[in-house]
Design a protein around this ligand. Sequence first.
Ligand code: AMP
Ligand code: TRP
Length: 333
Amino acid sequence: MKRILSGIQPTGSLNIGTYLGSVKNFVKLQDDMPDYEFFIFIADLHAITVPKDRQKLRGLIKELAALYVACGLDPNRVNLFIQSEVPAHAQMAYLLQCNSYIGELERMTQFKDKAQKQQTNGVTVGLFTYPTLMAADILLYDAEFVPVGHDQKQHLELTRDIAERVNNKYNDIFTVPKPLIAKKGARIKSLKNPNKKMSKSDDNIKSRINLLDDENVIKARIRSAVTDSIGIVQYDEENQPGLANLMTIYSVITNKSFDEIEMLYKDKGYKEFKEDLGEIVYQELKPIQERYNELINSKELNDILDQGQEKAFKVSMKKLRKLKHRIGLGRNR
Ligand code: AMP
Ligand code: TRP
């Protein structure tokens, strides 16, 4: 069975950047690619590579699980699970670490960025080996495609290198995965600084819209989003990066092209454009929030996660056992 796999870290409430760049795409793929089996998980082991408060972490794991379903992932189509509940991930990561080099991990730009922010706390070894855990997540399931945002491209390339290396050494054990990067929406920017990606960890909460924000907050955030003094609604990433970002959000939600949006606002200003966009974002998020509220404390959600865990456990253990055997670990049974 061909497989598609992806994960998101429970490091903060989900925002529309991750939603439009990632979750919405998962939902589309589950419908467009009926021949594939899906594994979508909550990357909680990745989240602890930088210090986390335990209550908060637990809440965010559950929130992300409920949001996956509320956003439209169908538990009958997709195996949804929590990474730390499937022990093969951490074990496979170790085996891959023994097939990775310090030099290649040192080159990861996300590590360099995150390490810099951890100067006062100290940089954990887990932060450094993070990409090998991500490679383990992917390779355990023989995922052919991995839908991710643009920022994960380098990690995917490393995963491919590791897979090829292990395949050469231990006789073709892994499928070499390919990234699936949605063209539009793959890089939604901060509403306050269009040179940065919209991020769960940005100190300025006005830089993002979270999926669970209420109507007033959503509309206020769009209204106060940074634009420019040119005043014409047109897609020009270089000279009007803030507006280009808002147009991307508009386009990904409504499926309208930039040309169509330009036509619609031909004789109108940013104010009307922003008012409309606020409403569009709110209407997109409203049904998600309603479904979320039904799910968050339900037995249904627990059952979905149990079912996902069981399936992930079986598939991943098989692969782990196979590699251990090929390496020569344990007894020959
Ligand atoms: P993370 O939230 O860092 O675990 O990322 C989860 C997924 O969402 C990854 O595939 C990211 O590439 C993607 N993603 C995160 N932030 C954004 C953003 N601002 N725009 C588009 N995609 C994003
Ligand atoms: N590293 C990814 C991120 O920060 C999350 C992630 C962990 C992931 N494991 C993965 C994504 C496996 C795809 C496949 O966004």
